[in-house]
Design a protein around this ligand. Sequence first.
Ligand SMILES: [Fe+2]
Ligand SMILES: [Fe+2]
Length: 278
Amino acid sequence: MSSSHTPETITIKPRHPAFDLRAALATNWHGGDPFKTAFFNALSLTFPVGEKYFIDSVRAFQKQIDDPKLSQEIRGFIGQEAIHRREHTKYNEILCGARGYAGAAFEQGLQNRIDERDAYSAHLRLMETVAFEHLTALLAHGLLTDDRWLDGADPTLKSMWHWHAIEEAEHKAVTFDVYRAVGGNMDWLKQALPLITRQMFKDILSATWMMLKADGQQFNPVIWLRGLNWLVGRQGVLRNLSPLWRDFKRADFHPWDHDNRELISMWQATAEPELLAA
Ligand SMILES: [Fe+2]
Ligand SMILES: [Fe+2]
């Protein structure tokens, strides 16, 4: 039996889109809203360092996987995350250049924390990666199913975030299947999720703060109240994702229990041809 539980109809392979973000990133591209713009920009700032860690964590086990389907998916995963890194590095350079953000210092802080992981076992590093991949899969699900995430955003940035979300959905089970195949401890993984979730939001909100501070808006209560209400208020965009977040704790959970196949094929039929023709 294959160790991979990604559906047969899903092909994980990198696409090579080209986005021209120069004009939009100099502005509050998310409908003029400083918080939403900074939130997504903050997310982008965490990707190049984070995705390198994910790639390295999986690569450490690549040779131990003898299932050809899962091996192929690992190559697809590494390819997709490598392109994400490349595109978000460009995004971050343009952004920080245009708006004077201290992106390099923030990334160095993340890198220092990752360097401390050298003392961890390879299983532990992979476990963290699996938990992060569940969170990126949930954000992807949110972005693709709930228009409020990107309503009013610049069309090029919207298309970039949707492309990243689709690939996160396609490869969401790869690290999970590798972790299971190499005998990773499933109880530890489930216990790690709340800690990783806290870490991720702490990082994103601290980068959001850094950006709003550089814009002289960090103490503007209207921006924060409106932004946090959009994010975690009673009707907040994260609320819809909590049941999916909790599912991870189930003993028999697998990422494809949340079936995104229809969303992926819809995107392939509508947005993908235009994206790759650009
Ligand atoms: Fe990614
Ligand atoms: Fe990913």
